[in-house]
Design a protein around this ligand. Structure first.
Ligand code: GTP
Ligand code: SPV
Ligand code: MN
Length: 592
């Protein structure tokens, strides 16, 4: 076991808080994480020795490790996630709410003595590059070595964070304990006014790596509303055109709906003049720059991605970055100690060990890998990382995409008429639920801007903030919606997706810069088939038409459900959005 050294800081605010948390959790020792490679090596060895990590076959996947979670702890638990503002109204109707003082007391009872026999790790970290004015500092206290090793992948941790913090009291206080991993005693609680997060009872990604969803989205979105910027659940990509022009795109899709895949896209041969490079795959912080454009940074340091469905055809860049120095959680294991998941390349093996550690044989009706099994890997492993990734001032965004998983109604792509209309399309976006959250899969739920689970305050107020932002962005990005997931009557995807999405991106960039053609539909600008570069695309014309189609009847009923959605959100939804809805309904009815 790593033995605690002296405290590496004289910051009295930090020391007092850590002492207070230690008094409550009663660990055997307190270990301050310095973030060095030597330390990571020692921690990894300890995680292997204690069975938390299993080394993978060093010939096939050098430097890589496997871990299996408690079967009850495999996805984010939204029903156990709370925004603890002084009033329920501040958290709004889409967040679970508990009163702050009661919540602290309730969780303190669970934390009390929860770290007995364990080490309490203190992880100082920075979200963003340390030199960026956007950067946010957090300190996560955890009793999970798995969390320490994954935080090292997902955030910049250790000494550099303490150096940036200095003697300041301005840091997010994050307390995490797996405790007894009991779903009955699992809470992920946010106290935006206190810049504090208390998470207990889960070791899963978004519940336990507090820099990610808890700080960089829920707490950050709350601050962004006060301070006039945006903290969003968006991927960020650089697109270089065949002519050598660079454009930047941000895209908000709900969990497990294609952000990582889009950020790592490789264009098909016919569009090989285009290059897509990754800046981020999950979170974007956006501020107005001096030139009046909207600038975005990715505050993370790594990728925490969905494994199933990833292969050398759908996402070659992801497969290449996973060839070494990667962590895998809840995938299946092959007989020669490599990873396997549904949809990976090659033949299905005869025998595997499934995500629960049980023998699995080919033909079994159970998943070998959990549908939300994941990988964690540092960004620097990506073979297609953008050189702008670490730029402290961020990149100017040309287009914002809102997407989701919709079998019907929503076309492949639409451009909004203007910013408020784009905000409307984002605010009403729906998606069929996935395995990334616990609960029923495949039901449509509204997931505005893909932020339903991540907005740290009232949703109607958040829409108002989006509308308000345009006043401060003289040269705003154009807003689009996309849907890679529309299906035919037989339930097959109409659009091939993945690399072929480059054809849609090219049109989007063309629209944002004024080049590409479009027709006006009642609900937005759409490409005619001839407006897309279809060279080399093996797709029946009627399938493309069906993917692009705006059906007035479908949209009339869609717009009807938007009224219910706004009603559910209560009185804080800006009147401008209801006016947008009525206008759109008028246009749709005129077309129908
Ligand atoms: P989070 O990490 O949960 O936020 O997810 P994400 O939005 O990054 O989703 P990701 O790119 O990991 O994709 C999730 C699933 O969608 C995978 O199983 C992909 O194979 C599938 N997927 C991604 N892009 C496409 C696409 O263009 N078409 C189709 N049919 N499936 C896609
Ligand atoms: C998501 O669910 O949107 C994720 C995974 O990106 S987690 O970090 O667990 O939230
Ligand atoms: Mn996500």
């Amino acid at each position: 076991m790593l033995v605690a050294k002296d405290r590496p800081t004289t910051n009295t605010h930090l020391v007092a808080w850590v002492d207070e948390m230690a008094k409550m959790c009663k660990p055997d020792q307190v270990y301050w994480v310095d973030g060095s490679d030597a330390e990571a090596k020692a921690l990894t060895a300890e995680a292997v020795a204690t069975g938390v990590l299993t080394p993978l076959n060093p010939q096939k996947r050098p430097g890589s490790f496997y871990s299996r979670s408690d079967p009850n702890d495999v996805a984010r638990t939204e029903e156990l996630t709370f925004v603890c503002t002084p009033t329920k109204e501040e958290a709004g109707p889409t967040n679970n709410w508990m009163e702050p003082a009661e919540t602290y007391a309730k969780l303190a009872a669970i934390y009390d003595g929860a770290m007995r026999g364990r080490t309490m790790y203190v992880i100082p970290y920075v979200m963003g590059t340390p030199e960026s004015p956007f950067a946010m500092i957090g300190v996560e206290i955890t009793d999970s070595i798995y969390v320490v090793l994954n935080m090292r992948i997902m955030a910049r941790i250790g000494k550099l964070a303490l150096d940036r913090l200095g003697e300041s009291n301005s840091f997010n206080r994050g307390l995490h304990s797996v405790a007894d991993c009991d779903p009955q005693r699992r809470y992920i609680c946010h106290f935006p006014q206190d810049d504090t997060i208390w998470s207990v009872g889960s070791g899963y990604g978004g519940n336990a790596l507090l820099g990610k969803k808890c700080l960089a989205l829920r707490i950050a979105s709350y601050l962004a509303n006060d301070e006039g910027w945006l903290a969003e659940h968006m991927m960020l990509a650089e697109a270089e055109s065949p002519e050598g022009e660079t454009h930047f795109i941000a895209g908000a899709f709900p969990s497990a709906c294609g952000k990582t895949n889009l950020a790592m896209l490789i264009p098909p041969d016919a569009l090989a003049g285009w290059k897509i490079r990754t800046i981020g795959d999950d979170i974007a912080w956006m501020r107005v720059g001096d030139d009046g454009r909207l600038y975005a940074v990715n505050p993370e340091f790594g990728f925490f991605g969905v494994a199933p469905g990833t292969n050398y055809h759908t996402n070659p860049n992801a497969m290449r970055m996973l060839e070494r120095d990667a962590f895998f959680t809840n995938v299946a294991l092959t007989e020669d100690n490599d990873v396997w998941w549904e949809g990976i390349d090659g033949e299905v093996p005869e025998r595997l060990t499934d995500w629960r550690g049980r023998p699995w044989t080919k033909g079994s009706r159970e998943y070998a890998a959990h549908p939300n099994s994941r990988f964690t890997v540092q960004m620097k492993n990506s073979p297609a990382l953008s050189r702008f990734t670490e730029d402290p001032k961020g990149v100017p965004i040309s287009a914002i995409l809102f997407g989701g998983r919709r079998s019907t109604t929503v076309p492949l792509v639409l451009q909004s008429f203007n910013w408020p209309h784009g905000v409307y399309l984002g605010a009403t976006a729906g998606s069929e639920t996935t395995a990334a959250i616990t609960g029923t899969i495949g039901v449509i739920r509204r997931d505005p801007m893909a932020m339903l689970a991540f907005c740290g305050y009232d949703m109607g107020t958040y829409f108002g903030h989006w509308l308000e932002m345009s006043k401060h962005i003289p040269d705003p990005p154009k807003i689009f919606i996309v849907n890679w997931f529309r299906k035919d009557a037989a339930g097959k995807f109409l659009w091939p997706g993945y690399g072929e999405n480059m054809r849609v991106l090219e049109w989007i960039i063309g629209r944002a810069t004024g080049g590409a053609g479009a027709i006006e539909t009642p609900v937005g600008w759409a490409p005619r088939p001839g407006d897309l570069d279809l060279t080399g695309l093996d797709l029946a014309p009627e399938r493309l038409t069906a993917a692009l189609r705006v059906d007035p009847d479908e949209w009339a009923s869609e717009l009807g459900t938007h009224a219910d959605w706004f009603a559910k959100l209560g009185g804080t939804v800006p009147a401008a959005l209801e006016l947008q809805r009525k206008l759109l309904l008028t246009s749709v009815e005129a077309a129908g």
